[in-house]
Design a binder for this molecule. Structure first.
Ligand SMILES: *[C@@H]1O[C@H](CO)[C@@H](O)[C@H](O)[C@H]1NC(C)=O
Ligand SMILES: *[C@@H]1O[C@H](CO)[C@@H](O)[C@H](O)[C@H]1NC(C)=O
Length: 551
């Protein structure tokens, strides 16, 4: 490809980046077709922690439900938790450490960024391909950090592994934000990557680095990286103070950059990020989300003021068409790598629910609306449920919604419980126990309590996906096949109905359709592709259900 040699001739990174974002056009590429790619113990100390009559009734209800739940499902949440974290090792890019447990994966992407003189080695492949997409990687990291900050003390021996999973990303984000005035947002030319079915260890497709700058900003991706760094700084505060301080300081700088130079990377990197991880929901939510995490990490009033002053920018009922793809990004039930609204409302509601009364209450009202948008019996429900009980929203990789919204339900249920609060959805009363029950239903569904009797986590239970849309998992490992495999050498494995050669243990796939049907097929990527952002919130949810499930 002429592109890399072209790049190397540039002395200045900025000039190189300018080239990257302006010269390449899809029409120059022959690869332009996008190949899509709880052991339950009973709540014995619950009463001691409650403060009001309502909460005591709630506690009793949970005890009763807990007894029923054990006899019905009996899932091993601890086993699922360990595996959900192990998955992240299978997604690692860069030089793997001796502690690597998924040993069929080897070093890869060891020269990422070198052609422009920047070390961008490390980080995660987002899903079944070999591109490092920093926007979803950053949200996954924020959610791993939120999982640990909320539920880390329930993780037991898995806590160090969860911290390693966060650090693997934050070490990379420190590199991606090390050049002043630039934020690297992606490594790997996505069309070239998606054209091949290749092991990450063999990649010979262009590892093009993409960046945003003052002139060509990307506030959503920069702000999400700031959120990830700030959330991770909280997690490392007592574990590694120096590292935590470094993360926080960088988070502040990157947030400043994202807020000063406002713009979307959709506009400035165009086809290199869309339709892959296009920011359909606008960048306002990421700026407020990052400020919320910076406030939580610093308690500095300026960040709270930013959140309070800008929250009106969150749009709850809009739909956008980007690259001819219609996308509903509104509703109080939106939370994922693209739209942060429900997460902001739950995160920002904590001090208010906790009765720090000088804060305005709209975050609580909005978080209540989130609950009413999700509960199956709510008159203002905005999501669908399959006959088998799975939460379903439009688009692919549906389990991302089930895991992210379950996480928020549990976190908000804890705040509500401490405040002795219930949410009123029309005539329907939503207790904290009910929120937990809904989340548990989703987790149990994912782990095998569903019409297919199938676990959607690889390696958990007796029946799980065997043909996932994941290059490394489907292809022989370097141990089995040390010779280089070229771009198209993997195609027979992609098209084959043979089971995966390497188990990507803990990977949760996109999941079944709205009729609870699942085709265990590599080709059906909307169902069979695992992603970091499906697993990241699930890590917190599983830790909650593994530990004594008192709120
Ligand atoms: C799932 O298990 C139930 C109860 O054992 C059984 O009735 C049903 O036929 C199974 N469904 C499938 C798709 O295997
Ligand atoms: C799943 O497989 C069935 C039978 O082969 C097929 O009819 C259906 O279209 C497939 N679903 C998807 C989403 O490909």
């Amino acid at each position: 490809m002429p592109r890399l040699s072209h790049l190397i001739s540039f002395t200045f990174i900025v000039a190189a980046i300018y080239e990257l974002i302006t010269i390449f056009r899809c029409s120059d590429s022959p690869h332009c077709s996008v190949s899509p790619t709880f052991r339950q113990e009973i709540y014995t100390d619950m009463m001691g922690k409650t403060r009001s009559g309502d909460a005591v009734r709630v506690g009793t209800t949970i005890m009763l439900m807990a007894v029923v739940a054990v006899s019905v499902s009996g899932h091993d949440y601890g086993d699922a938790l360990s595996k959900s974290i192990l998955f992240f090792e299978g997604q690692r890019s860069g030089k793997l450490p001796p502690s690597q447990r998924l040993t069929w994966r080897k070093d890869s992407g060891l020269r990422d960024g070198f052609e422009i003189g920047v070390d961008l080695v490390g980080g995660y492949y987002d899903a079944g391909d070999n591109v490092k997409f920093n926007f979803p990687m950053a949200w996954s990291t924020t959610m791993l950090a939120w999982s640990v900050s909320e539920f880390g003390r329930r993780m037991g021996p898995d806590l160090p592994h969860a911290l390693d999973a966060i650090r693997w990303a934050t070490d990379y984000f420190l590199k991606a934000t090390s050049v002043p005035g630039l934020v690297f947002v992606q490594v790997g030319e996505p069309y070239g990557d998606h054209y091949c079915w290749e092991r990450p260890e063999d990649m010979d497709t262009p590892r093009t680095p993409y960046a945003v700058s003052a002139q060509f900003p990307g506030s959503e991706v920069s702000a999400e990286i700031a959120a990830a760094l700030a959330a991770a700084s909280l997690v490392f505060r007592r574990v590694d103070h120096r590292y935590s301080a470094l993360l926080l300081s960088r988070a502040k700088t990157v947030f400043e950059f994202a807020d000063t130079y406002k713009g979307s990377y959709n506009d400035n990197l165009g086809p290199w990020v869309c339709p892959f991880y296009c920011d359909f929901g606008g960048y306002e939510d990421e700026l407020i989300w990052a400020a919320s995490w910076l406030f939580k990490a610093t308690m500095a009033p300026n960040y709270w003021n930013y959140v309070a002053a800008n929250t009106h920018n969150l749009d709850y009922r809009k739909s956008k068409t980007i690259n001819s793809l219609p996308n509903a990004v509104g509703s109080f039930a939106e939370f994922g790598w693209d739209t942060k609204n429900a997460g902001i409302n739950v995160l920002a509601s904590k001090p208010i629910v906790m009765k720090d009364s000088h804060y305005p209450d709209f975050f609580v009202l909005n978080a209540d609306k989130f609950v009413c948008s999700v509960l199956p019996e709510s008159p203002t429900k905005y999501v669908n449920y399959s006959p088998g009980g799975l939460l379903v929203k439009p688009g692919g990789s549906n389990l991302q919604h089930a895991t992210a919204l379950s996480f928020l339900l549990i976190v908000y249920a804890r705040y509500m419980n401490r405040a002795g609060r219930v949410v009123q959805c029309g005539d329907v009363k939503a207790t904290p126990a009910r929120l937990i029950q809904v989340a548990k239903g989703q987790v149990d569904y994912i782990l095998g309590s569903n019409p297919m009797n199938m676990s959607y986590m690889v390696g958990y239970g007796g029946k799980f996906p065997r043909r996932i849309h994941h290059r490394g998992s489907s292809l022989p490992s370097l141990d089995q096949h040390p010779q280089q495999m070229g771009c198209k050498d993997g195609t027979p494995y992609f098209e084959s109905s043979s089971p995966d050669l390497n188990l990507l243990t803990g990977a949760v796939v996109g999941g079944p359709d709205i009729e609870d049907r699942y085709n265990d097929s590599r080709v059906v990527f909307v169902q069979s592709e695992p992603t970091t952002y499906i697993n990241a919130p699930l890590v917190g949810v599983l830790a909650f259900f593994k530990g004594r499930p008192n709120l």
